[in-house]
Design a binder for this molecule. Sequence first.
Ligand SMILES: *[C@@H]1O[C@H](CO)[C@@H](O)[C@H](O)[C@H]1NC(C)=O
Ligand SMILES: *[C@@H]1O[C@H](CO)[C@@H](O)[C@H](O)[C@H]1NC(C)=O
Ligand SMILES: *[C@@H]1O[C@H](CO)[C@@H](O)[C@H](O)[C@H]1NC(C)=O
Ligand SMILES: *[C@@H]1O[C@H](CO)[C@@H](O)[C@H](O)[C@H]1NC(C)=O
Length: 423
Amino acid sequence: MALALPSLLFCLVLLVSPYLGCSYHTIYTHGGKHYAVRSLRGEDDNHGAAPAPARGPSPPRGAWVSIPVRGDPKEALPGAFQYHVVVGFGTPVQVVTVGFDTRTTGATLLKCTPCAATEPCDEAFEPSASSSLVQIPCGSPDCPFHGCSGPSCTLSISINNTLLGNATFVTDKLTLSGYATMDKFRFACLEAGFRPGDNSTGILDLSRNSHSLASRVPTFPGTVAFSYCLPSSARTAGFLSLGAIKPELSGRKVSYTPLRSNPGNGNLYVVDLVGVGLGGHDLSVPPTVLAGDTIVNLHRTFTYLRPEVYSALRDNFRQQMTEYKPAPPLGELDTCYNFTGRNFFAVPAVTLKFNGGADVVMSMNGMMYFPDPSNHFSIACLAFAALPTNAPEAAVIGSRAQSSMEVVYDVHGGKIGFVPYRC
Ligand SMILES: *[C@@H]1O[C@H](CO)[C@@H](O)[C@H](O)[C@H]1NC(C)=O
Ligand SMILES: *[C@@H]1O[C@H](CO)[C@@H](O)[C@H](O)[C@H]1NC(C)=O
Ligand SMILES: *[C@@H]1O[C@H](CO)[C@@H](O)[C@H](O)[C@H]1NC(C)=O
Ligand SMILES: *[C@@H]1O[C@H](CO)[C@@H](O)[C@H](O)[C@H]1NC(C)=O
C-alpha cells in the first residue's frame, strides 16, 4: 500500500504537516492513526541521520528570554534523550551546561569545586573565581538546612558513613543571555562526590519553589512563567522560554488544563488526567481509577499509568496491531513490534485527556519508542508502562510524551497548556 501512494499525496502530506522533513520516512496522522511511510526518495532508513527538517523551531516571540534546548542521547537508553541548556553563573560569567527540571527538591543544584580527587573537574563551577557570589548565612530564611551551624548554609552529605561532600547554599548572578540576567539567584553548590547523573554541571530548578528560576522570572501582562519544547531528535533544537508570551496571543492553538493545588508537595505542578483515548475512541476506564495526581515530568523518559489504565491501553493497542510482528519486550516496555522490511505501518494514536477539555494527541515519537531513532522500520515499542501499585501518583507524563510540543506553565493563571508540533 505504501509503495502505491502516489507522490502527489506524499507532497500534499508534506504541505499540510508542519513537522515533516522529506527524510527517510514520513509520518502523517489521519483518522486517529499515525502512519509511517518509507520515503520514496531515501533508499532505506539505515544510513545515518536523516536531513534536518526544513523548519527550525520558532521560540515564542517577545519572551523575556528563549534559550536553545539540546537533546543529548542517553547512553543507557539509545534513542532517548536528556535535555540540556547552556547558561552562565557568576562574575565573570562561567559557562555551564545544565539540565532543567520541574520536579526537583526545590533547589537549583550545581557541581562546584573542589571536586573529589577521582572526579573530572573541568566542568565544575568555581565559586572562588566569582566576585558576585555571596554565602547565605546559616539561620537565614533562605537557608533550608536547619541543622547547620557556622557562617555558611552548609550541610555535609554522607551515604553509608562515607562523606560524599558538602552542599552549600549561595547566591550569585545567573546569565541566560546578553540582556537576561538575574542577580542573587539562589542555588546549592555541591562539592566533591556529586554527580548529576547525566554528566552535565547541574540542574536548573523550574519547580514552584519561591527560589526557583520559574518563580524569579519577571512577570508582564500576557506572559507566562515559562514554556519549553523538547526536541524529538538530536538533530533539532528545542527551546526554554522564560517569561514566554501566552501562545493564544500569538494565534496558536493551545489546550489548557488547570493546575491542582497540592498541599503534599508545594514544589510540584500537578494536573488531572481524566481519560485516555486510542485511535479516536475513549478507553473505558472508571474515573476513580484515574483520580489522583498527574505529574508532568522531565527526568523520566516514558509515560506511566496506573496498572488498570495501562493494561486497558496495552490490550486495546495490541488488538489493533495484530497484523504486525511482535518483538520481545525492551526493558520495562512490554508491547513491541518488529517493522523490519515493511514500507509502511500505522499505529492508533494515543490521546491524553486532561481536566478542562485539554485533549493532547501524542505524536508518533511521543507515544512510540524507537531504539534506533534513525530507523523507524525496525523495532518499536509502546512508550508506556505501568506504575507500581503503591505509587503515589495517578500518572507520570514523561519527557518523550512531551517532545515536539510546547508545554506552557502559566503559574499565575493556574494552568498548564500544550501546543502541538512546536519544535
Ligand atoms: C549502602 O550500603 C549497603 C550495604 O553495604 C548497600 O547495599 C547500599 O547500596 C549502599 N548505598 C549506597 C547509596 O551506596
Ligand atoms: C565540609 O564542611 C565541613 C564542616 O562544615 C568542613 O570541615 C569540611 O572541610 C568541608 N569539606 C569540604 C570538602 O569542603
Ligand atoms: C559528557 O561526556 C561526553 C564524553 O566524555 C563529552 O563529550 C560531553 O561534552 C560531556 N558533557 C555533556 C554535557 O554532555
Ligand atoms: C526483526 O525481524 C527481522 C527480519 O524479519 C529479523 O532479522 C530481526 O532479527 C528481528 N529483530 C528482532 C529484535 O526480533
